[in-house]
Design a protein around this ligand. Structure first.
Ligand SMILES: [Zn+2]
Length: 73
């Protein structure tokens, strides 16, 4: 991290944690968008393992495209 924070300063401390939170969220999002998840298919309803690439995957049972924007959580 190129920025310097004075952690004794409350405002800097808040800033530091906000940045940290953003980084962690970004990383988690990236990980989940390229992972294999066991989810119920929105089309056939079967519980399937879907390998996601950039948030996109395919149901191995019915072949429907699944994006992580869909509500299956
Ligand atoms: Zn399916």
């Amino acid at each position: 991290m190129p920025k310097k924070y004075n952690l004794g300063n409350k405002r800097d401390m808040d800033k530091f944690f906000k940045e940290l939170e953003k980084d962690v969220k970004k990383q988690a999002e990236k990980n989940i968008r390229n992972s294999t998840l066991e989810i119920p298919c929105p089309n056939c309803g079967e519980k399937v393992k879907v390998s996601f690439r950039q948030g996109k995957g395919k149901c191995p049972k019915c072949g429907v495209s699944i994006t992580q924007d869909q509500k299956w959580v």
